[in-house]
Design a protein around this ligand. Structure first.
Ligand code: NDP
Length: 251
């Protein structure tokens, strides 16, 4: 049920943080993992780390907000590796400002990186997955898919959108045996949140006080859910948004 041997898996933003931890989980379960990111050196280092452990991995440089680049990415994956079976839409960014101070360009940057990229990649994945007899799409939401924050209007809108987008895809593609789910990470210690801790006063204390598990999550806390949602164990699970948050969302 958790065996992914030989399955081709693409992880956007898989060169660091949560994406890399998910890539590790998938690779350890036997998948051939392709990492897509803009920073070629970081992606090469991630591939090196995975292959050093004896797992299969490759990297393709791509800006997933760019329609033409996404097409090139999927063409390259298909030519080098064959039909894609698992897609993790993980690439994301945040610009922390009060809504009234956010420029239209900043709004678009966040929406394009977090939401439009998931549309572009999922659309490109649909044909190959359907032809292969099925597939798995895993979208990365956030606690801000559920809650509001004064500094996160664009981020929250994009991550709320990820959940609704997930539900739409799940209903559209169930007939093609493609399951589509979202993961909502709690507060995880990555580059993204290290910056947030510097920029948002009191954030660290609030997260620790509110999280029943009493700690920040580690990227590795997200590896298991990726394997579950990518494997046959989750074949009757679709359209959900699963928090992986140490209890943050229920406290
Ligand atoms: P990181 O900043 O460590 O990782 C973000 C990744 O996204 C990088 O690998 C980056 O690679 C990639 N990326 C960003 N923009 C693009 C782009 N235009 N094209 C391709 N890749 C891109 O952050 P996290 O690991 O924390 O975040 C991963 C996901 O998890 C995001 O969607 C984030 O919103 C979400 N999340 C994180 C939480 C946390 O607490 N950390 C909580 C909830 C959700 P490169 O620079 O090479 O392009």
């Amino acid at each position: 049920m958790f065996q992914l041997t030989g399955k081709i898996a693409l992880v956007t933003g898989g060169n660091g943080g949560i994406g890399f931890a998910m890539a590790r989980g998938l690779a350890a379960a036997g998948a051939n993992v392709i990492i897509a990111g803009r920073d070629a050196a970081k992606s090469a280092a991630a591939v090196q780390a995975l292959t050093a452990d004896g797992w299969k991995a490759d990297a393709v440089e791509a800006d997933v907000t760019d329609e033409a680049a996404v097409k090139r990415l999927f063409d390259t994956v298909s030519q080098r590796h064959g039909p894609l079976r698992i897609l993790v839409n993980n690439a994301g960014t945040s610009i922390r400002k009060a809504p009234q101070d956010l420029s239209l360009e900043e709004w678009h940057t966040v929406m394009d990186t977090n939401l439009t990229s998931a549309f572009l990649c999922s659309r490109a994945a649909h044909g190959p997955m359907r032809e292969a007899g099925g597939g798995k799409v895993i979208n990365i939401g956030s606690m801000l898919s559920i809650f509001g924050a004064p500094y996160a209007s664009a981020y929250g809108a994009s991550k709320g959108g990820v959940v609704q987008f997930t539900r739409s895809l799940a209903t559209a593609w169930a007939q093609d045996n493609i399951q589509v789910n979202a993961v909502l990470p709690g507060w995880i210690d990555t580059q993204l949140t290290r910056k947030a801790r510097e920029q948002v006063a009191g954030l660290n204390e609030r997260v620790l006080a509110r999280t029943p598990a009493g700690r920040w999550g580690l990227p590795a806390d997200l590896s298991g859910i990726a394997v579950f949602l990518a494997g046959s164990a989750s074949d009757f699970v679709t359209g959900t948004a699963i928090p992986v948050d140490g209890g943050y969302s229920i406290a």
